[in-house]
Design a protein around this ligand. Structure first.
Ligand code: PLP
Length: 385
């Protein structure tokens, strides 16, 4: 099997399993316990927090461990917006882009539905990028938060996060970015990016599902969503997932060290893959930005097919990929991301996303291109019979 669905999830890396194993077995303590087992767990958690902080270029106290990317996004959106809400409900607003993951979009809709916030949605161009000027025009003094993703999970387009964050800072508005897909592939220094909050998910990086991080800059207040024993400096109660935190920290540290070389190698493979698919598959259409995209994502529409049928054919030929976002799996509705890029619903239904992990090879991608030609040809042939 050739696995080209790494944007959905990745296997746990051996080094990560080895690092987390002690905290699932012999060192199983609760970090809040006042005995040596508890202290060992607390010290592992502190080590993991320091390691994440080192990669992000922040202070350990600015790192909150969560149950994944979805929770990190929820805490950023609801936590920051609710901490900043005005007594006059007419003044409360948040800005998101039109291509956010549902974890951000639905959190904003919750703020709208339950707390009366207005949600300003920043459109994107045909390449999936938002405009810095459009953000500037949309900001109001009362905007509680801006949330614009670093890199899109369906088409891989990378946003000009540092420029966008600078515009928000000019207006004194906190800026959050969902870096779930960017982590491992793009620089994550929060000072260089100028962001106030940033979400990461472990399972996109070789750590287990159910581990995540939210960075929040020191002076930005966050209203907790989960109440209880006051763990994570009161931001996220609940006995900490020590093994998950150690796993995420290990995976992030490895990815950070490997990134410069890895990103260049995989971007080269991606370029060749895109060129081969466009050259050899009739009608193939690249979605997302031509160059400002994750090294690891190549996404297409194959007009005249159905994305789901192409996927089935590809799987039969030994290539596993996705029709877009795994998080929207099971839904027949055309992707809101592709519609936001201006594609017709009929074309959006023909989307297929190929996403690569760190071990992808040129040989695998050559085989995948041949499989795509066969699969698309087979599905188009069915349609015209
Ligand atoms: N944000 C983006 C951009 C994602 O791609 C995903 C997962 O696919 C998430 C958030 C949610 O992360 P998790 O699966 O850890 O809840």
């Amino acid at each position: 099997m050739i696995f080209l669905d790494a944007a959905a999830t990745t296997p746990v890396r051996r080094e990560v399993l080895e690092a987390m194993w002690p905290y699932l077995s012999g060192e199983f303590g609760n970090p809040s316990s006042h005995h040596t087992l508890g202290e060992a767990a607390a010290s592992a958690l502190a080590g993991a927090r320091a390691a994440v902080a080192k990669v992000l270029g922040c202070r350990p106290g600015e790192v909150t461990f969560t149950s994944g990317g979805t929770e990190a996004d929820n805490l950023a959106l609801k936590g920051v917006a609710l901490a900043r809400q005005s007594a006059d409900p007419a003044l409360n607003r948040v800005v998101i882009s039109a291509v956010e993951h549902p974890a951000v979009e639905e959190s904003a809709r919750y703020l709208e539905r339950i707390h009366g916030f207005a949600v300003d949605v920043l459109p994107v161009g045909a390449d999936g990028r938002v405009s810095v000027e459009a953000l500037r025009a949309m900001l109001r003094p009362e905007t509680a938060l801006v949330s614009i993703m670093y890199a899109n999970n369906e088409v891989g387009t990378v946003q000009p996060v540092a420029e966008l964050a600078a515009v928000a800072a000019e207006h004194g508005v906190p800026f959050h970015t969902d870096a779930v897909q960017a982590a491992g592939w793009m620089p994550l220094d929060v000072k260089a990016l100028g962001v106030d909050a940033l979400s990461i998910s472990g399972h996109k990086l070789g750590a287990p599902k159910g581990s995540g991080v939210l960075y929040v800059r020191g002076r930005v207040r966050v209203e907790p969503l989960v109440h209880g024993g006051g763990q994570e400096r009161g931001r996220r109660s609940g006995t900490e997932n020590v093994a998950g935190a150690v796993a995420l920290a290990t995976a992030l540290t490895l990815a950070h060290a490997e990134r410069p070389e890895l990103a260049a190698r995989v971007a080269g493979l991606r370029e060749r893959f895109i060129a081969s698919v466009l050259d050899t598959v009739p009608g193939a259409l690249l979605t997302g930005h031509r160059t400002e995209r994750l090294p690891s994502v190549a996404s297409f529409c194959f007009p005249g097919t159905s994305g789901e049928s192409v996927l089935l054919e590809l799987e039969r030929l030994g290539v596993v990929c996705s029709s877009g976002s795994a998080c929207a799996a099971g839904s027949d509705a055309p992707s809101h991301v592709l519609l936001a890029l201006g594609l017709e619903a009929e074309v959006a239904q023909t989307a297929v996303r190929f996403s690569f992990n760190s071990t992808v090879t040129a040989d695998e991608l050559e085989q995948a291109v041949a499989a795509v030609q066969t699969a698309v040809g087979a599905v188009q042939g069915l349609g015209t019979r």
